[in-house]
Design a protein around this ligand. Structure first.
Ligand SMILES: C[S@@+](CC[C@H](N)C(=O)[O-])C[C@H]1O[C@@H](n2cnc3c(N)ncnc32)[C@H](O)[C@@H]1O
Length: 422
């Protein structure tokens, strides 16, 4: 494809994303599925513009001087990301063949401003809504700029080795044999980081259940449960089972693992993953109900609450999500999280552990929820995570991870323990 056609494709994709209700990566995948003529280099160039535009939407609007249209956003992203310069771009916009239509006067002025704007406010430089500034500043303080710069980057592709089927060394060897550049994760002892953007779905180690795609931060959440063979563990917000699969492997398929959720539909998506991992018979799944809660009260050595949250730690993967998030929505989620952790705590046996996790970077959904829980439940006390997660600082209420410090998505994980009976 000619460079002008690549710009046109980026514009088309951003228009589709703006109108879509599904995640941006799905829109991009569908776009290329329907255009097989786009080669690998075309896709890489177009993706580069599209993802730059999605990550930098706020600063592009500020720099171009208006809430930019998808077309102007794509063109500004092409200039700011170094794909081309404004004069060359204007020359490509002839409207002939697959080239974009000629620039309007407003677009020409918007692109012209890219080079002239000086200092910008932190929320523009960091590409986040101004209303979230106090929440982000509370968490990151002086590190805010560095963290938001890391949030503008591309998330790495992390894998978790299914230790029921292979060791990390074996999988590293297998991936190297397949020509992939893979290195051990720095923090998770069962993690592997792939360098580059690979499609793993068809590869034997994935199809045969030796690896699962899972961010290193998610792997650390499962490790915080310190699961051992023979224990009884409940995954209270199990969803499609990412953490449940990791727990099952840590338990070596021995003991009891109950995966719960309010939405049975989500639990049903776990089935093929369990089968691939070779643990379909081990993990019980059930929808949460008053009867189940009464029957299972106090029955578990560990209960994991991987709570629904604002997903603010995953902005590298879904950059557009930040623009619809508000402090009010964060407060609503914190309320829900408090209710969920209170309910889930009923399942913990005396002396047992409750692990609370989110992929939010807001303390309102993290430390504040745990602190509120401890106030309401004096029979629970904080449990230091240093043993389960060596090398990561515990702040007394939990551990907060972020892409600048640990290279993971933003995560929070906390463990508390219920006083032993008597
Ligand atoms: C962060 S997701 C879980 C992801 C999953 N643990 C994993 O690792 O793949 C949060 C889950 O909480 C569930 N959920 C929402 N409200 C809930 C509630 N009141 N009680 C229990 N689960 C709830 C959602 O259905 C969703 O599956």
């Amino acid at each position: 494809m000619q460079p002008a056609a690549r710009i046109s494709a980026a514009i088309e994709i951003l228009i589709e994303i703006a109108a879509a209700t599904e995640a941006a990566d799905r829109v991009v995948d569908r776009y290329f599925r329907n255009r097989r003529y786009a080669g690998k280099q075309d896709r890489a160039a177009i993706n580069g513009i599209v993802w730059y535009a999605l990550r930098r939407q706020g600063s592009i609007a500020h720099l171009t001087g208006e809430a930019a249209s998808p077309r102007l956003t794509a063109m500004a992203a092409a200039v700011l990301s170094g794909f081309t310069d404004a004069a060359t771009l204007e020359g490509w916009c002839t409207g002939e063949g697959h080239a974009p239509a000629p620039l309007s006067a407003a677009e020409r002025a918007g692109l012209g401003r890219l080079a002239t704007v000086g200092d910008v406010p932190d929320c523009v430089a960091g590409d986040y809504p101004e209303s979230l500034d106090p929440l982000l500043r509370r968490r990151f303080g002086d590190r805010l700029g560095a963290v938001m710069a890391a949030m503008a980057g591309r998330a790495p592709l992390d894998l978790r080795v299914n230790t029921l089927k292979a060791t990390r060394e074996e999988v590293l060897g297998e991936l190297a044999g397949l020509g992939l550049r893979a290195v051990p994760c720095a923090l998770s002892p069962v993690g592997i980081r792939i360098e580059g953007r690979e499609r793993l779905g068809q590869l034997a180690p994935f199809a045969e259940g030796r690896i699962e795609v899972q961010d290193e931060g998610s792997q650390l959440v499962a490790l915080a449960c310190a699961a051992r063979p023979g224990q009884a563990i409940a995954d209270y917000c199990a969803g499609a089972g990412g953490k449940a699969l990791a727990l099952a492997a840590a338990m070596n398929g021995q003991g009891r693992l109950l995966a719960l959720d309010v939405e049975e539909r989500r639990l049903s998506r776990m089935k093929p993953r369990l089968e691939r991992a070779g643990i379909a018979g081990f993990v019980e799944t059930a929808a949460i109900s008053p009867e189940l809660m009464a029957r299972e009260a106090g029955a578990f050595d560990c209960v994991l609450v991987d709570a629904p949250c604002s997903l603010s730690g995953t902005w590298r993967r879904n950059p557009a999500a930040r623009w619809s998030l508000t402090p009010d929505r964060v407060a609503e989620l914190a309320e829900l999280q408090g209710q969920i952790i209170d309910e889930a705590a009923r399942l913990v046996r005396p002396g047992g552990r409750l692990v609370y996790a989110t992929c939010s970077v807001f303390m309102e959904e993290d430390e504040d929820v745990v602190a509120g829980f401890l106030t309401r439940h004096p029979d629970f006390a904080p449990l230091a995570l240093e043993q389960a997660l060596p090398g990561i600082m515990d702040n007394g209420l939990g551990v907060a991870l972020d892409p600048a410090a640990q290279g993971t998505d933003g995560f929070f994980v906390s463990a508390v323990t219920r006083a032993s009976a008597g």
